[in-house]
Design a protein around this ligand. Structure first.
Ligand SMILES: [Zn+2]
Length: 449
């Protein structure tokens, strides 16, 4: 069978392909998929529309595997319509929703069905779902896997919401055993509660008191416990969420070198913001694990460069503004950055001499691979025609009023960032351009067989 002739050719002097630095190329689209990557000056076949992007970079659409949409149940924190619009405006064409903060959480097949019903008509980009592993639901994991979740999230310390409790050591073993039976993936919020200090007495306006309550040791010891447990269940795959502390990097590097099926992510805020610059009372910077010191941040960048860390994803976890009171003990822990992750990371990367292609691979190809989404994450024949058109040298100052998040609270307010998302394409259709959206065209993704 021969592919249908291309109907669209996108040309740019800076195309981010799976290998090498950005370079001139033309990407041909046939239906919803990429049919070919051609030399820049290739003639378009008859009837084929040509779009010349000039020096704007053409990227594979970003894949954000760590988003708390909170819908249904806490849609006033964020919802599928607002989250997926913000994502599209930020160059993200696929997001994977976390199983908690919605009501019900995605810990049963019925909960997954509710999520899918709510998301179906509202998704401006493609959406996949993580399931949840909580005490007592080991028997729900296989049915959720068969219903299409991409993997399972668990906590080792309190999650912040009562309906999604953490696993203890025995529960972690039980979840890994259940997942090992079908080669499942466990995503772990790794902070060891035995090393978390009680929250500072309220009100606690000082960032350094909050930071001291969530020390490096909490992350390090949780990752140690997790990797020991994972070694007992080699059939299960393990992914460490939102690595904040450089203390876990030697542990990750050790098991990765030994070939264990372990991956890890960090987040834009850990790569771009430092504890030293968080003003007292500024709880828009509060998240768990916390934003740490500048020297620690250098080590995270090094770990991305050497592959100890695989992915950069947002951990977009908003709440209403009233839950972000200037009290680090009482405020909701979560940073909103779905729309800002790419420019935030690119701004910092560029200053460190890290190239755009490397940033994009960590925010697109790597998370797509972790989530098993083989049609996503690269400009290559056969992949979905998901694109981000990005002006790397353009600058803008973050104005919360211009964010599409349901709640405009953001740690990036007032910062001048480098890189503007001009347009976003989903499976061959331009779904976002210069502040305007098409009606929702996103699909709900299921785990691939
Ligand atoms: Zn999260």
């Amino acid at each position: 069978m021969t592919a249908a002739p291309p109907r669209l050719l996108l040309r740019s002097t800076r195309v981010v392909l799976p290998e090498g630095p950005p370079r001139p190329a033309a990407v041909a689209v046939s239906g919803a998929v990429i049919s070919a990557v051609l030399p820049y000056g290739s003639a378009a076949p008859e009837g084929c529309r040509v779009l010349d992007l000039g020096d704007d970079a053409l990227l594979p659409g970003l894949v954000d595997t760590h988003v708390h949409v909170n819908d249904p149940g806490r849609a006033h924190w964020e919802g599928f319509a607002s989250a997926t619009r913000a994502a599209a405006a930020g160059g993200v064409t696929t997001l994977v929703d976390m199983p908690l903060n919605s009501l019900p959480p995605t810990t049963t097949v019925a909960g997954l069905r509710r999520k899918r019903e709510v998301a179906a008509s509202r998704a401006h980009i493609d959406v996949g779902f993580w399931g949840g592993a909580v005490p007592g639901n080991a028997a729900d994991l296989r049915p959720l896997h068969e219903a299409g979740v991409l993997g399972f999230k668990c906590f080792l310390s309190p999650s912040g919401v009562d309906e999604f409790p953490p696993l203890d050591a025995a529960g972690l073993d039980a979840a890994l055993a259940a997942l090992a039976a079908f080669g499942g993936l466990l995503l772990v919020h790794a902070e060891d509660p035995r090393h978390l200090a009680p929250a500072p007495p309220r009100p606690a306006p000082r960032y350094r008191d909050f930071l001291a309550s969530r020390p490096h040791a909490a992350e390090r010891e949780a990752v140690r416990l997790l990797l020991e447990a994972a070694a007992r269940h080699p059939g299960a795959r393990v992914h460490v969420l939102h690595v904040s502390s450089a203390d876990v990097l030697p542990l990750l590097a050790g098991v990765k070198t030994a070939g264990a099926p372990v991956t890890a992510e960090t987040c834009p805020h850990f790569l771009t913001l430092t504890a030293e610059e968080v003003p007292d009372g500024a709880t828009e910077f509060k998240c768990c694990p916390p934003i740490r010191e500048g020297a620690n941040q250098d080590a995270l960048w090094q770990a991305l460069a050497d592959g100890t860390l695989d992915c950069v994803v947002s951990d977009h976890s908003p709440s209403t503004a009233d839950l972000k009171s200037p009290d680090f003990a009482g405020a909701w822990g979560g940073i909103s950055s779905l729309q800002l992750g790419l420019p935030a990371v690119w701004t910092a990367a560029e200053a460190r001499g890290t190239g755009l292609a490397e940033v994009v691979r960590r925010m697109s190809a790597a998370p797509a691979a972790c989530a098993g989404l083989t049609a996503k994450g690269a400009l290559a024949p056969g992949k979905d025609a998901d694109f981000t058109v990005f002006a790397p040298e353009a600058r803008f100052t973050v104005d919360p009023a211009r964010l599409h998040h349901r709640n405009a609270v953001t740690a990036y307010a007032g910062r001048t960032l480098r890189g503007v998302v001009r347009a976003t394409w989903l499976r061959g259709q331009r779904v976002y351009a210069d502040g305007a959206f098409t009606p929702p065209l996103g699909k709900l993704l299921r785990r691939e067989a």
